[in-house]
Design a protein around this ligand. Sequence first.
Ligand code: GLN
Length: 540
Amino acid sequence: MAKKVTKHIFITGGVVSSLGKGLTAASVALLLSKRGYRVRLQKLDPYLNVDPGTMSPFQHGEVYVTVDGAETDLDLGHYERFTGVDCTQASNYTTGRIYSSVIERERRGDYLGKTVQVIPHITDEIKASIRSLDSDDVDIVITEIGGTVGDIESLPFLEAIRQYRQEIGRENGLFIHVTLVPYLKAAGEMKTKPSQQSVGILRTIGILPDILVCRCERHMTSEHREKLALFCNVARNLVIEEKDVAHSIYEVPVELAKQDMDVYILELLRLHVDRLDMSDWQAMLKTLIYPENGEVEIAVVGKYIGLQDSYKSIYEALTHGGIANNVKVKVRMVESENIEKNGAGKALAGVSGVLVPGGFGDRGIEGKIQAVQYARENGIPFFGICLGMQCAVMEFARNVCGLKDANSTEFASDTPHPVIHLMEEQEKISDKGGTMRLGAWKCKVQSDTRTKTAYESDVIWERHRHRYEFNNDYRKRFDEAGLTIAGLSDDENLVEIIELQSHPWFVACQFHPEFQSTPLKAHPLFRDFVGSAAQVRVED
Ligand code: GLN
């Protein structure tokens, strides 16, 4: 029997950044998996950081964490949410990561005295990263190239995928180019020229796209399609329109399927076209767009509020929680410094739930603590995540246990009550990132808690990204004051979840549940948080 070949799809972007290549990749992956294929996704990022872990959320949006602890680009969040398939360390490579491994090998003498060069050594390393996803269990790998065609730093990646496709052959690899077809108001028409030029740049590199995905605000006419097909050397039916969707990003795959994009891809890759069953996805969309139980407003109190992408997975997980409860979640983004200036009562008036997400650094921290206090004292459902849990612990220590000035040693190293601190063994490691607890860890769930009700399980696995921990010296004191420890690490040394039983719904966790929520299956804590917020609203 012939050895199974893993097929490859390469997605590039042209004209402008932020076109939604990641969403296109995720949507194509969903369609192919709904046709019965086992699909993996990968993003190659041309920037020099070894991973996005060291980048501020203001720079690059949220850092998405995989099960195996990779700190990655937020597009991987889309990949997982659309396909339900976990990404890994092999799902995100940057220029920095590629160069570090080549340079490491050069230092070890692995190149046997040769001159080490971008071509072939860097391009070979990129090809090896792409090939690392090939396996008997994978039918199709989709590789998205970050950045825009024409950028200097993208060149080695484009050369690598050109070579890759040349090596595996046309029937085993194809190129999709996502481009912009803007509408010029003054001229009253849509313009295809930027796309033609972008394809022109690709052509000079030796890549001829097989499929053109045109991002646009208005429908294209058949003349636009003809023109693009003719000047970009793409078959007419392979000029796909990806118009802005009306309600939700989860509509994108449906729009692509209407144009049979997945069918054409499978035909180009000489793969059998099985039936497409999107019934669960369609049902989910219907609930999302036309929820039966109205709207619930939830405040997200953070410091990166200005940039939509900084809390991407949080907002998505709230949407999923809404779907699970048949309500629309309206998010009120609250800048925590605003609470410090104007008070929690003003900023949070009227919301049915308060969520304090993760974060680093002390700016706005007191505003977050005030938000916790407001939710606790007013019986408003509260969900704390990572730094949000740490704030909840500080608030409880100060205002319930009377531990004045209780703090985290991240923000006040000389606090008299370090209720959140670094564990002794962590203090010894000084290298940045060295102490970070990353990836999925096992957590034991306490019975008779809201957490247990949500998960219906005694053991859960959740993803982490933090350094500081709940200080065990305060466990007894907190317990006596009414704070329940609802989840512990496997060795019972780390507090992973806290709750207040005397409150309608007050749960906070040290891990990041938002990374494991999907539209088809909301994360249980997000589901129950939104559910209790809807309850509070109904009872008002
Ligand atoms: N800054 C906190 C810590 O390092 C919380 C991190 C987070 O919220 N991801 O522990």
